[in-house]
Design a protein around this ligand. Structure first.
Ligand SMILES: [Mn+2]
Length: 162
């Protein structure tokens, strides 16, 4: 099974604030367990950079340039996939409601197209959506997160609907 991480951040620190299980270390732990792919990354520490596998990371600026990255990624997939979706992979213009927004993120149709393609090509065994930090003065990002969940479930189960 391959873990696909959509995230602005590499989360590849060996440990953070004394814990190997911090949110900043998740992909370091995943790397110890099996194949993984990182999508939309645009922020990391110098320490994390040493742990990056350049064949398994699709930086946000490369994604912005063209869609070729997706064909490259599809060639690296296993039959089963788990998707972990950090909402800060999205551009703050459409998803400002996160704890650590980073400029230069992915946009809605780009992400939706990616998720649809992944579901067509592989078996998504599970997924999570994390990091929503609601702002009561701006409801649109909350609706985005809900719609994203709805879309991910739809792509997973649409073939089972008669
Ligand atoms: Mn993040």
């Amino acid at each position: 099974m391959t873990v696909i991480q959509l995230d602005a951040h590499a989360d590849m620190r060996p440990e953070y604030e004394g814990s190997p299980y911090s949110h900043a270390c998740v992909m370091a732990r995943v790397k110890e367990m099996g194949p993984f792919l990182q999508v939309g990354i645009r922020s990391m520490s110098a320490e994390e950079r040493e742990h990056i596998d350049t064949d398994r990371i699709f930086y946000a600026d490369k994604i912005y340039e063209s869609n070729n990255w997706m064909f490259d990624l599809l060639n690296k997939l296993t039959k089963n996939v788990y998707i972990t979706f950090d909402l800060d992979v999205l551009d703050p213009s459409i998803m400002p409601s996160t704890g650590t927004p980073e400029p230069g993120g992915m946009l809605w149709y780009q992400v939706i197209d990616f998720l649809r393609t992944i579901n067509q090509k592989t078996n998504v065994v599970g997924f999570d959506i994390v990091e929503l930090c609601p702002n009561r003065h701006n409801k649109a990002p909350d609706f985005l997160a809900a719609k994203l969940l709805y879309q991910m479930l739809t792509y997973k189960f649409i073939n089972h609907v008669e």
